[in-house]
Every structure is written in C-alpha cells, then in structure tokens.
Write a protein that binds this ligand. Sequence first.
Ligand SMILES: *Cc1c(COP(=O)(O)O)cnc(C)c1O
Length: 434
Amino acid sequence: MPKLAINGGPKIRKKPFPAYRFHGKEEKKALNRVIDSGILSGYIGTKHENFYGGREVRALEKEWADYFHIKYAVAVNSATSALYCAVGALGIGPGDEVIVSPYSMSSSAVAPLIYGAIPVFADIEEDYYCLDVKSIEKKITSRTKAIIVVDILGLPYDADPINNIARKHHLYIIEDCAQAPGATYKERYAGTLGDVGIYSLNVHKHIHTGEGGVLVTDNGKIAQKLRLIRNHAESVIDSYNPKDLVNMVGFNFRMTEYTAAMAGEQLKRLAYLFSERMKNVVYLSNRLKEIPCLEVSPIREGCTHAYYLQGIKYSREKADIPRNIYVDAVKAELMPYELRENEGVRITSGYTKPIYLLPLFQRKIAIGLNGWPWKGDIYKERVSYKKGICPIVEKMYEKNLITHEIFRPPMTKNDLDDVADAFQKVWENRRELL
Ligand SMILES: *Cc1c(COP(=O)(O)O)cnc(C)c1O
C-alpha cells in the first residue's frame, strides 16, 4: 500500500485552505461614499487641480506618502503602468541600457523596452534572490542609465551597496516593491530606498483593490513628470511647461475614485496583514527546519521581510530525488485555496522562469517586426540573452528553490501543520518516489 497521495495513498489535507480575503465593512463604506458622490473618476485633461485626479485619488496619495515617510505618492491603475511611468519620467530612451532582474514578474524587466531602451540582466544573490551588487557592477557600461531592483518575495534589495554603485556611476534606481509593502531596510520602508518606488494593488498582493498601483519619490521634478505621463502629458505640456519634452507622450494610467477610496482602507490593514504573515511564517519555518533537505531562506541583516512568498532552498544531495518530484508529491498531499481550485496548490518549483529565457528576449522581437530596439541605427551593441548568462538564477529556477504562500491569513496553526506535515511525509516516504 503506498503512503504518498501522489501514488494513491491518503492526502494529508482533505479540505481546501481558507481564502485570503479581508475586504470588510470599511471598504464597503468607502465604495458607497464614492457612488453617492456620483464622481467615479475626478480627472480632467487641462490645467486645473483635477488634472491630478479627484478627491479620493489625492487623499490616497497623501495617506500613502505619509505612511511610507516619503514626499510624493502618485496613484496609477497598475504597478506595470507605474514601471512604465518611472522609466519615462527618468528620461530613459533609445540607446540607453537599464539593468534588470531576471527573477521577477515580467514587467519589471520589459518596462525599458516601452521607451526603446535595452534591458540588461544581472544575476541574483544565492541567498536572497534579489539583484547581486557584484553582478550589477559587471553589467554597467557607458550606456547604463538606471537599475530596476526588485524586492523579490518580499525582501528589500541590498540597498546600501547598490545605491552606492548607482551614485558612483550616476544611475537612477527604480525599486519594484510590488511584493514588499511594509518591509524595511535599516528602518526605512522598502519602496522608498531608490529614486522612484512602485507598489502593486493587484489581486495577488498583500493589500489590493483588484487592480491598481502607486509610485513614490522624494524628488518633486520626477513626481511631476510621473503625473504628466499618467494623464496625457502631450495635451497639457504648454500649460505645465516642464523643462524638456523628453518622454512627454502620455498615457491614461489614471486610478478611479473608487479604487483610491478602497486603497485608503486597505492601507490601514497593511500592518496587521504583515504581522500575521510573519507570525505564520515563523511557526511554519520552525517545523520545516526539521526536514533535512529543506532550508528556509534567511532574512537579510537589518531588514524585515514582507513574505509575499516564502523561499525554501532544496538540497537534492540530501533528498536523493529531484526537487520537482518532491514538490509534486507535496502538492498532491494538500488542497487548493477555497475558490481557487483551478489554480492548484500554491507551491512552485523554481518560482519563475528567468525572464531572458522568454521568447521575446530569445528572438529579440519586441516592438514591431524588425527587432527594435536591439536593431537599428541607435543601439549598436549586442546584448546577450543566452542561456547561462545568469547561472545563479538558472540554478534556483531549475533545481534549488521552492516558493509557496500557504501562510497567508487567516491560516490557523492546524492549517500550517498540514503544510509542514505534507513536506515531512514526503521526506519520510521519499523512497516511494525513487
Ligand atoms: C505583481 C507584480 C508586478 C505587476 O503588478 P501589476 O499591478 O499587476 O501590474 C510587478 N512587479 C512585481 C515584482 C510583481 O510581483
């Protein structure tokens, strides 16, 4: 009789995990306030205070900036829009290179392409999976204009050394903090560590409004450009008169009034949701530590971790079986989240494919058919996206890293024990998988 569920044995977990849901009466009240006002979006496209959005959008921006101790917040309709805005506002364009991370959601690496700039991938840290300062240094050329760092899985990037390198080479830092709202680096909030930070309010994130994004910066000139790009810069340029016209082709990245109203309520929940995750991760980690082939990822010294996902390092040498086989067996022991059945059990083998291995980079087809921006009169270098350029990220993706999110509130100790029991059971019965 097999013991493991993947071989037909009984599952450890027989009912779904509770959904990550926390929208309550405060959010309903905020949405009703907007509906009653009759103004679902307050933006207008001429020189006027409402060029910057309606009451709710401007209130959210003030609350967001106050919360994260930064001068300016600019609300947009997604973190992807926020990344495009940030690249645009920093004056990046054709011929420029931007150093990016291969281990992230794709938009943190493709944002430069929208402005005709070239993403150059640096490798990640073996322990923390954020961009590695030594690898960044090797990728800097006379064309480099910026670095898009990512606080991946919820841990802040190594801000002091990377900011120092950036300063030395006159590079901007865009910090993708979509996964780390509330995390800190030496008591400063993630998102506020570079020149421009971005947050996501999409449905998967710590706090969310379905969709949405927020940018932050301490630089008033950059903030103004972000606001212009958000709302059809080209049409108001003669009224607002920024010093230069670079990248003043605008978009419509405007956040609605109801999104902003709801985001304000969500922000009030962030600290609670953050500490619940931490508590659950501590409990679970203490159990996972007992399993010899697993090593829970450490937290960078001086930081707090927001735990969007937990990273677990897998040792094939200790387990004798490949990671993917182990993980598939663990997943078979568990159940999906309530109402998310079709998505399966939220445990990954390898987090995400290194972004440069996507067809877009492999074939260098991005904007149009002719290979722009890699081919053309402006960019003459040849950047490589060959397999092997970032060995550490490839190793994590192919062999070593496991990520999961089965610690989100309202998980109970029993729920967490089921997760740990599944990892433990597969460890004990791994011979069945040989
Ligand atoms: C979710 C996410 C984004 C994109 O967020 P959207 O709001 O969906 O556009 C960008 N970067 C990272 C690291 C993310 O996790």
